[in-house]
Design a protein around this ligand. Sequence first.
Ligand code: G3H
Ligand code: 13P
Ligand code: ZN
Length: 307
Amino acid sequence: MALVTTKQMFADAYAGGYAIGAFNINNMEIIQGIVDAAQETNSPVILQVSSGAIKYARPTYLKKLVEAAVEDTTIDIALHLDHGADFEACKAAIDLGFTSVMIDGSHHDFEENIRVTKEVVEYAHARGVVVEAELGRLAGVEDDVDVSVEDSSYTDPQQVKEFVERTGVDSLAIAIGTSHGAVKFTGEPKLEYGILKEIMELVPNFPLVLHGASSVYPEAVALCNDNGADLKGSKGVPDEMLREANRLGVCKINVDTDLRIAFTGQIRKVFNEKPSEFDPRKFVGPARTEITRLVKHKIINVFGSGK
Ligand code: G3H
Ligand code: 13P
Ligand code: ZN
């Protein structure tokens, strides 16, 4: 098998009424945990890499680890750049062999977002790579950027059709109330389904992406806190709300925070329960197993992408 783009994945997802999970990767165990779950459920999967992850793991290691995942499995895997900051970041990922890139021009005004997205689309499409862009602005922390609630904004449905037509982009991240990180809502979780419906009517079956879509499961947070963590005020998007977003037209769902919490919980548990343990395989191993359990839950019970 080789890496694939998301083009066919998204077409199949719309035809089948399911969503594809896009999971952030940072090291070997996270990659293996995700890919084992996708293989066991026979599901396509998107492995996505932030600039922070590229800096941390280094480009060559990430590329080779993902190549190993492709060689070791029979499922479709897309390698995606998450939140590419500018043309140069996207170009570097494309040149390295990524099959999909996100150009995040959401902090620019409408015209500049169109300009930079178009520039990336031209470079990417000429090389068989697909592009995700973003309209509207999510709150929360991602990499070095921390967007306050006041600076966030919902996607304006009226702008979507023009943006898609003028840029030629392949998929679009929309802002309907989710945010990055572990604290997504201060009150009850709420998504603006009305905006999603309006967008879908304007661009039927155009691939829409939900960022900041971790569920921040209370039991996973509790495992961390029961073993010495201090995660306060955490709240995510419950599984049933993601199912509804998928039903209304979202076909790519981004998850990072849930992986982080799952990984941390298991490591903390081993440290707490076995203070004499110092073999990294004995604490990173259970973390990898937990990632597989988590991703299988999402694929089977939330996204519906298994075959
Ligand atoms: O959207 C943000 C992702 O959670 C990536 O986070 O930039 O810290 O790797 P990171
Ligand atoms: P979470 O912080 O909700 O996991 O979102 C991740 C994300 O959107 C990566 O682009
Ligand atoms: Zn994101």
